[in-house]
Design a protein around this ligand. Structure first.
Ligand code: ADP
Ligand code: MG
Length: 268
């Protein structure tokens, strides 16, 4: 029992600094267009360090784009994004997006569709980026890979190839791969949408375990029951704007905005 408590303490400590009330992420007037489509219209959005922010909104409302912007995968047209008190993504005078790569490396993302390298073993998928990009010693990366896979109940799949894994196992590896880089923030974009129902629960459990360890997360999901369970904050976006941001209890039980109510009536 002592051992378990100690382990939990260590795990909690792992993501600390993550518990105060200061903003971890702040979007200030962020505009993002694809041609004539304005996906983010001078959007403001704040997330505190200890939060698990669930993002809901109609299909095409820009949920994936928001996460991809935060991951440095999409440029923005206007505005700025802060990470803590540091400018993270900005637009220079010539309209070019500037990204602070040292901040970028503190954010991990898991996508709806499995993004493992099919020609690499699970071990190589996990160690590639820590070794090649971070310059971590291979032996350390391999130790860490074993540790994370064990934590996700997949230690026996270290040398399997992605093609031999179930969808749920692939997503667990994708989560482990993101965790290998010790992110301060994890982004999840509909990570259970492509899974068979029996595999959804296993991925949700992994995410709930991360929540217990105080990992800051932004989560896009269609599963409103899971959203309610994991969220400390929730936001409804539509038309490029934040329509409502509130406690999940309020969002899912008595949302203030009519557009939020209409949306939730359709999906709940
Ligand atoms: P959601 O994840 O909420 O369904 P998305 O962020 O995927 O929404 O898309 C928001 C809008 O931006 C949609 O109208 C979509 O067609 C458009 N869009 C997304 N990515 C691109 C792209 N790479 N090029 C052009 N349009 C895009
Ligand atoms: Mg999407």
């Amino acid at each position: 029992v002592d051992n378990i408590n100690k382990q939990q303490e260590e795990e909690t400590a792992k993501y600390q600094g993550a518990e105060d009330n200061s903003p971890l992420i702040e979007f200030k007037g962020v505009t993002k267009r694809f041609g004539d489509t304005c996906v983010m219209d001078e959007m403001d959005l704040k997330m505190k360090a200890g939060d698990r922010l669930v993002i809901i909104g109609p299909s095409g409302s820009g949920k994936s784009t928001l996460l991809r912007v935060l991951m440095g995968l999409e440029k923005i047209d206007k505005g700025e994004i802060f990470f803590g008190s540091n400018p993270y993504i900005t637009v220079d005078r010539k309209g070019r997006t500037r990204t602070d790569m040292s901040v970028r490396s503190k954010i991990g993302m898991v996508f709806q569709h499995y993004t493992l390298f099919p020609h690499l073993s699970v071990m190589s998928n996990l160690t590639l980026s820590p070794v090649k990009v971070r310059g971590m010693a291979r032996s350390e990366a391999e130790d860490r890979a074993r540790e994370y896979l064990a934590r996700l109940g997949m230690e026996d799949k270290l040398y399997s190839y992605p093609g031999k894994l179930s969808g749920g196992q692939k997503q667990r590896v994708a989560i482990a791969r993101a965790l290998m880089l010790e992110p301060k923030l994890m982004l999840f974009d509909e990570v259970t949408s492509a899974l068979d129902p029996e595999m959804v629960a296993e991925i949700e459990k992994v995410m709930l375990d991360l929540a217990k360890q105080k990992m800051a997360m932004m989560i896009v999901t269609h599963d409103m029951y899971f959203a309610k369970k994991i969220a400390t904050e929730s936001v409804f976006i539509a038309g490029g704007k934040v329509i409502e941001k509130c406690d999940p209890e309020i969002m899912f039980n008595e949302p203030k905005q009519e557009r939020t109510r209409d949306f939730l009536d359709k999906v709940l």
